[in-house]
Design a protein around this ligand. Structure first.
Ligand SMILES: NC(=O)c1ccc[n+]([C@@H]2O[C@H](COP(=O)([O-])OP(=O)(O)OC[C@H]3O[C@@H](n4cnc5c(N)ncnc54)[C@H](OP(=O)(O)O)[C@@H]3O)[C@@H](O)[C@H]2O)c1
Length: 247
């Protein structure tokens, strides 16, 4: 992976941050678009510099046209080729159906679904054979959780979209897959209603008895980006301590 380029959306916080560090740790140059938390990006860049890693945060909300264009232009200026594209950025409105307006739903889909489609279209001409596209999905794509309709719906759409990307791009030598973590302690989890209760339920229902870590998810993404994974196409790799298969 030495000298290759990765774009990791949401690559400055939580799971995306760990993915940026894992890919950069293998010698990749990482461009990490994020929405607005400059401090998190600065801290990551500083940590990367201290460790001799190449990670640059790109500030700009990918759901907004002007910021999206700026981000794409910067990526093009910095990278002739993009070998890896990871979509870790996600947002969402957590409300019960009565309170969930179409506007909330659109807001959620803009980042979680439409932004990656737009970005992939822009970067595809720069993706060589051997390229990788990895999306982060969640169990809400296939199961129902309280106040999770918007994000769960967006993840279901992402899953279907990625299956189609996978089949269409495999003949070009580009492998597309999804990673589905169980609950991971990040800002996203903290933003949900009843966080501590949800964590307790998740831990109780997980055979390993604990939550998944950002670093564990990052290592799965790293594997999918490596040469050994070139024949894995259109799959969703679940990393959740066995929660999804528990009765
Ligand atoms: N945490 C979990 O339990 C869990 C479980 C299953 C799946 N996942 C999935 O894993 C992925 C990462 O989750 P996380 O918990 O690590 O999230 P997180 O800690 O909330 O980090 C989200 C990242 O996405 C960026 N972002 C959000 N909206 C954006 C936009 N419109 N444009 C550009 N960047 C944007 C954020 O930027 P700012 O820092 O500027 O806000 C931040 O860097 C998500 O796809 C999530 O659905 C998470």
């Amino acid at each position: 992976m030495m000298g290759k380029v990765a774009v990791v959306t949401g690559g400055t916080r939580g799971i995306g941050r760990a993915i940026s560090l894992a890919l950069a740790g293998e010698g990749m140059s990482v461009l990490a678009p994020y929405a607005r938390n400059r401090r998190a990006a600065d801290e990551l860049e500083e940590e990367a510099r201290a460790g001799g890693l190449d990670i640059v945060g790109l500030r700009g909300d990918l759901s907004r046209e002007a910021a999206f264009r700026r981000t794409v232009d910067t990526i093009r200026e910095r990278a002739e080729t993009v070998d890896v594209l990871v979509h870790a950025a996600a947002t969402g409105v957590h409300r019960p159906i009565e309170e969930l307006t179409p506007k909330h739903l659109r807001f959620t889909f803009e980042t979680n679904v439409f932004a990656i489609h737009a970005l992939l279209r822009e970067l595809l001409p720069r993706m060589p054979a051997g390229g990788r596209v990895v999306g982060l999905t969640s169990s809400g794509a296939t199961r129902a959780f309280p106040a999770y309709a918007a994000v769960g719906g967006s993840k279901g759409a992402l899953d279907a979209l990625f299956r189609h990307y996978a089949v269409e791009l495999a003949p070009r030598g580009i492998a597309v897959n999804l990673v589905c973590p169980g609950a991971v302690r990040t800002g996203a989890l903290d933003a949900m209603p009843d966080t501590e209760e949800r964590i307790a339920v998740a831990e109780d229902g997980t055979p390993t008895g604990r939550l998944t870590t950002c670093e564990e998810v990052a290592r799965v993404v790293l594997f999918l980006c490596g040469d050994d994974a070139s024949q894995i196409i259109g799959q969703t790799i679940v990393i959740d301590g066995g929660r999804a298969v528990t009765a």
